[in-house]
Design a protein. Sequence first.
Length: 283
Amino acid sequence: MTTVAAALAEARRRGVASLDAQLLLARLLATTRTRLIAHDERALTPAESRQWQDALERRLGGEPVAYLLGEKEFHGLALEVGRAVLVPRPETELVVDWASEAIAALTSKRSLSADTAAIRVVDLGTGSGAIALALKTAHPQSEVTATDVSAAALVVARRNAARLALAVEFVETSWWQGLEGRRFDIAIANPPYIAAGDPHLAALGHEPALALTPGGDGLAALRAIVARAGTGLVRGGWPLVEHGHDQAAAVREMLSGAGFGRVETRRDLAGQERATGGRRPGS
């Protein structure tokens, strides 16, 4: 007979982090971490023991805890995730907060001029919908469009939007394609930016490669986004992108070369240059 205490001890012995093991076992037993730990004498049934062993093997094989749980918290939202989408990272909250500041500034400016037009935001490469849904939650009056080339990813994003009752427009397309003639106030993106051959890719094998790397030097998606941003944004519009810790200088050069002003980079909580943005000239 295997108890909760024995199951957690086995996980630690085999190299699974305590928090991961507690979350996985609590989900398996339909309880909370607090109750799990408080009642660690509880015995697992044979079926639960088999499911626990399967979960352990998958975690030891490198599968993200978020996939095993089927969800990930991002910016206060509980989002469904699965193998069709990248697991949302805390670092991405930096670019969401920056976009939120921009929406607030534009809203204030428009209210002073009695302009009632909604702020229009496009999230390019939305994946699970994390960025788009976080911004729609924070700014419900904004008009948010989210694109992705992956139909499977959009299925997940639409389910997240429906569950959260958030009205976001989803478009199956690659970056700016299919949005010709439309103009947005803010374009935000967390595109694939890991270079081909980067050693970190080996540890990310369970996540969709399409969302991780564009191949080559890792800058192809960023180049495509910046190249079309001038025609996809209104005058005074903001392009804001997440990128690798060593790509900030290249992204600043892209934005400046594309005619954007007020280009700056912001650092994440680890002190790494993580997000860069600018402003399209004009008002």
